[in-house]
Design a protein around this ligand. Structure first.
Ligand code: ZN
Length: 413
């Protein structure tokens, strides 16, 4: 199967064309779930799938499936895929390389005359990014049963508009119960993705073979204090929500740096205050805190430490705390046989490779609950992602797609 030829010019053109479908001014890419740009991006991807001769369907939450039938319809298919939604002010490669790259991998296999035994299915997942509903991977969480349908139905955006309203407005009807897929319905799931870290570029390595994905979690803390005039309210009587939040953010840093694991990381990425006026004591603060680790034990210990500290801080400052664990997910261990398979493909193609851990999470984290999984990373310049200057070269993408195509061919045989 060395005759597989990836048409990188065409793929790069398609990546650039999809990048023009954005809510922001190009080259900035913003495609928030079910926005007008997201819907147009979906149409663009579906058009490419149709042209590639793939059969399309979508489920009730808007996950899109594009299938190339195999010779043996009785065997469970092999799946690949990623996402096309993009956070505000993002770039053109995150997720997109795994979607458009998979379409090109399938086209290349077809052109090489390959006929897989198993079907090969591309999945474009709904809402990998947490922008709209504050929780990431909504589509793959529902597919894998990690997110209960009734919890998904209760999701609301900042304006109080529910997931049901959004998905139905986008034309995805049917019950959320129907989204869940059976365990082992796929023989394998392989996701191609940019690294979003600096290691591969620094070590001049073409392919990262992901062995595990760090366990993410999100805390949301809603702090209610008492506002007042910045001049008239004397310091001793104050119940300042921002100051309590600031102490909590520092407690997050303390908890993760003292966890004993170098892999524990914590970020207070959302910190909003009300009323947000220079002459007014903040009466409310909303914090969203992201804590991750490759090990559950140290991650969970850090979470507990943060929650205890937050309760103490708010009590001392007379601020009412409402804390919620938005998600606390397990890490994923990639399938050993698939790791071996991709390693073998890299050797056969003469491509440099190294085994690594993904510190960002991806839809693979949840697909790992229902089938053997694996991720293929390619380098990105400076490790930069979630920014307009995110970049992987055509050569780097081409290598990733070649490795993906060979892996899909082997897994589907
Ligand atoms: Zn991504």
């Amino acid at each position: 199967m060395n005759s597989i030829k990836v048409d990188i010019q065409r793929l790069q053109r398609e990546i650039d064309e999809l990048a023009l479908i954005t809510e922001a001014e190009p080259p900035v890419v913003t495609r928030v779930l079910f926005s007008e740009a997201d819907l147009r991006g979906r149409e663009f991807v579906k058009k490419l799938c149709r042209e590639a001769g793939l059969a399309l369907r979508a489920d009730a939450v808007g996950n899109i499936f594009a299938r190339w039938d195999g010779a043996n319809g009785k065997l469970p298919p092999v799946a690949t895929g990623s996402h096309i939604d993009a956070i505000p002010n993002a770039g053109r490669y995150d997720g997109v390389v795994g979607v458009l790259g998979a379409i090109e991998a399938i086209r290349a296999l077809k052109k090489a005359g390959h006929r897989p035994q198993r079907a090969i299915e591309l999945i474009v997942f709904t809402a990998e990014e947490p922008t709209r509903f504050g929780i990431g991977c909504v589509g793959s969480r529902l597919l894998s049963g990690v997110l209960a349908p009734e919890k998904a139905a209760a999701l609301q955006d900042r304006d109080g508009k529910s997931l049901d309203e959004w998905r139905q407005g986008a034309g995805y009807t049917g019950s959320l119960e129907s989204v869940r897929l059976p365990k082992d319905g796929y023989a394998a799931f392989v996701e191609l993705h940019i690294e979003q870290g600096p290691i591969l570029e620094r070590e001049n390595t073409a392919i990262g073979i992901v062995e595990k994905i760090a366990a993410p979690s999100t805390l949301r803390m809603d702090l209610t204090g008492v506002g007042g005039h910045a001049g008239g309210t004397l310091m001793p009587g104050r119940r300042d929500a921002l100051l309590a939040g600031a102490e909590i953010a520092l407690a997050v840093e303390r908890a993760v740096t003292s966890s004993g694991s170098p892999d524990t990381v914590g970020t207070t990425g959302v910190f909003r205050i009300e009323p947000g006026a220079v002459n007014s004591v903040p009466c409310r603060a909303l914090l969203e805190i992201d804590v991750r680790d490759t090990k559950v034990a140290t991650r969970d210990a850090a979470l507990a430490q943060i929650e205890t500290a937050a309760a103490e801080i708010c009590q001392r400052r007379g601020v009412v705390l409402q804390a919620e664990r938005v998600n606390v997910d397990p890490p994923a261990v990639c399938d050993a046989a698939l790791v071996e398979m991709v390693t073998g493909v890299c050797r056969q193609l003469g491509v440099s490779h190294k085994k690594m851990t993904s510190r960002a999470y991806h839809d693979t984290l949840f697909m790992a609950q229902i089938c053997p999984c694996m991720m293929i990373f390619i380098p990105c310049r400076g490790g930069v992602s979630h920014r307009p200057d995110e970049f992987s070269s055509p050569e780097q993408i081409e290598t990733g797609v070649r490795v993906l195509a060979q892996t899909l061919a082997r897994a589907a045989d």
